[in-house]
Design a binder for this molecule. Structure first.
Ligand SMILES: Nc1ncnc2c1ncn2[C@@H]1O[C@H](COP(=O)(O)OP(=O)(O)O)[C@@H](O)[C@H]1O
Ligand SMILES: [Mg+2]
Length: 412
């Protein structure tokens, strides 16, 4: 997948292994990205593995932005969505760089996954998009926008049983905010300037430097959907400014494929509309559309979602004093049935990649509640008839005795 160069790489000296960052010991450098350098660390006493991101100094140039980022990290943690990486530490390294401590993730980024697999089948893409949309909806409900949704910022963590679909984890929530220019700051002069970040997923309003809302994340989700279905980005150019011009002006078209439900194409292209007003207006609209296109994606009875909780559905109880945040190993979702033949996703079930097999179809019979045993009608009737006959006979003999007594008295 051709992409432009990473705009910026860290030139800061590495943090040596053995250094204490807060409560954690640095073990090794994992890699550097556009926003920071990530290290693997461990808690020396309890052995908990963590990932520590040291934010590049140019990213964290504005103290006000750092403050907002910390607040967003707090809000996102308060949501406790299992699809958003858990952040549980924040600090400043001796050289002045800020860092945050997050859960260590096994698995690989969607970027690497797509590089290996090319593209995904429509149903597998629908599964991932829905998981991402659910986590984004939870964040949007708290007023937090991701702003930098891209394949590099999505981790695929193997499910507990190792079967498809994996769990999705969103990284770098609100981090893009740190790149926003602030008053009095010198504006970047280069075309790959620091405020640009990665423009491949940028919404037109972001490209214009306008304020963004949840619909900007919907645009980026559309880019991700396009990428999953085709194995490439909608707009590619070596000149990153040109990529932004394309987002602003060029119409997106999906190469036709008989393996995709037309409604899925419509949804993805709808997310990629230039004007936010023409896109789905919130993530719940996207989720409903995906569940309508692929009925097996719709929750069957016990989805652990906010809407079910609101409706008084089943809930997992947590102790009152539990402030430990989201589970490190969230329970795998209940098995969903595979696309049933004849559903829009059914035709696609055969084209998902080998690593993305649809789950086995659960026959609907197994989901039905067994009917209660028939009421023991005849037995009750026989019993009733027996009791009635007994009453009748005792009445008859009582009457007979009384009659005989009266007759005896008269005759006397
Ligand atoms: N929580 C994490 N657990 C494990 N590895 C991580 C975690 N976060 C990031 N990484 C790895 O660290 C490297 C740099 O992260 P990246 O997201 O590219 O940085 P940036 O956001 O600064 O661009 C990548 O190889 C990524 O896979
Ligand atoms: Mg990142």
């Amino acid at each position: 997948m051709a992409r432009g160069p990473t705009p910026w790489k860290s030139s800061c000296p590495d943090v040596p292994a053995g250094t204490m960052l807060g409560e954690y010991v640095v073990r090794r450098r994992i890699d550097a990205g556009g926003m920071g350098t990530v290290y693997a660390g461990v808690h020396p006493l309890i052995g908990k593995k963590v990932a520590i991101k040291l934010i590049h100094p140019h990213v964290a140039q504005n103290p006000e932005n750092i403050h907002r980022f910390k607040q967003e990290a707090m809000v996102v943690n308060a949501i406790g969505d299992p699809g958003i990486v858990d952040i549980f530490g924040f600090g400043e390294y001796e050289d002045g760089r800020y860092y945050f401590v997050m859960e260590y993730l096994r698995g690989e980024r969607l970027l690497e996954f797509l590089k290996r697999h090319g593209k995904l089948g429509a149903f597998a893409a629908g599964q991932l998009l829905r998981l991402l949309a659910l986590s984004l909806a939870a964040a949007h409900a708290k007023g937090v926008i991701h702003r930098d949704l891209k394949a590099e910022n999505i981790f695929l963590v193997p499910s507990n049983d190792g079967h498809w679909p994996p769990r999705t984890k969103l990284l770098d929530f609100g981090l893009a905010k740190l790149l926003e220019p602030f008053e009095g700051a010198e504006q970047p002069k280069t075309r790959q300037g620091i405020t640009l970040g990665t423009p491949y997923y940028m919404s037109p309003e972001q490209c214009r430097g306008k304020p963004v809302d949840a619909r900007s994340d919907i645009y980026a989700l559309g880019v991700l959907g396009f990428e999953m279905l085709t194995g490439r980005l909608p707009f590619i150019h070596e000149d990153l400014t040109e990529v932004m011009h394309m987002h602003l002006r060029e119409k997106v078209t999906l190469p036709p494929s008989p393996d995709r439900p037309p409604l899925l194409d419509e949804l993805i292209l709808g997310c990629l509309e230039k004007s936010p007003e023409d896109r789905p207006q919130d993530m719940h609209e996207v989720i409903s559309a995906l569940e309508m296109i692929f009925p097996p994606l719709a929750p069957m009875s016990m989805r652990n979602s906010a809407s079910d909780t609101d409706a008084g559905g089943p809930q997992i109880s947590t102790p009152d004093d539990d402030d430990s945040g989201p589970l490190q190993t969230p329970v795998a979702p209940p098995p969903e049935s595979g696309p049933a033949p004849g559903t829009p996703g059914g035709a696609d079930a055969a084209v998902v990649s080998p690593d993305a097999p649809s789950l086995p179809h659960v026959p609907s019979e197994t989901l039905r509640v067994a009917p209660p045993p028939p009421p023991p009608g005849p037995v009750v009737e026989v019993e009733g008839a027996g009791r009635g006959l007994g009453l009748f006979l005792s009445g008859f003999f009582l009457g007979l005795l009384l009659g005989m007594g009266v007759l005896y008295l008269i005759m006397r």
